[in-house]
Design a protein around this ligand. Structure first.
Ligand code: AMP
Length: 136
């Protein structure tokens, strides 16, 4: 994809602080990190979201995420991290090339990944489950 910033990084056309690469995946530091050490794990084949990724790429990406998470933990001496994946505009995806955020967490850091909790009324929760199950 010509206009895709991550495709340009994968193709070596723009620089990145690369920390891992294999046949299917690349990982580099996010230039605007939520915490220092924030990494992105990116499939080399362009797909916009998780749903569009091939199963082999997805499997390679999650394995690479584990590898990088372990390295982050060993580098910073702390086993705490968040994995975030924004899929689609409403979910806050800004770069339209699927990627997994891997964010190291520290005591008293300022990052908040929290949401307020809604409630289902009556049997609504069963209706939601039925609607989703139909498409599995
Ligand atoms: P998202 O909102 O999930 O699409 O996040 C895209 C992320 O890509 C943001 O956190 C950006 O800081 C990061 N980003 C954009 N351009 C670059 C780049 N050239 N190198 C590293 N990270 C980038």
């Amino acid at each position: 994809m010509e206009d895709c910033v991550f495709c340009k990084i994968i193709g070596g056309k723009i620089p990145s602080a690369k920390i891992y690469e294999d046949e299917k995946v690349i990982s580099f530091l996010d230039i605007m990190p939520a915490n220092k050490g924030h990494c992105l794990v990116v499939p080399k084949i362009h797909a916009q979201t998780l749903v569009e990724m091939g199963d082999e790429d997805l499997s390679a990406a999650i394995k690479a995420t584990k590898k990088v998470a372990r390295a982050l933990s060993l580098s910073f001496g702390n086993g705490s991290f968040n994995i975030v994946m924004n899929n689609g505009k409403e979910a806050g995806q800004l770069v339209n090339h699927a990627h997994i955020h891997l964010i190291p967490r520290f005591q008293k850091d300022r990052l908040r990944i929290k949401w307020s909790h809604l409630k289902y009324e009556g049997d609504e929760i069963k209706d939601y489950a039925e609607k989703i199950k139909k498409f599995i």
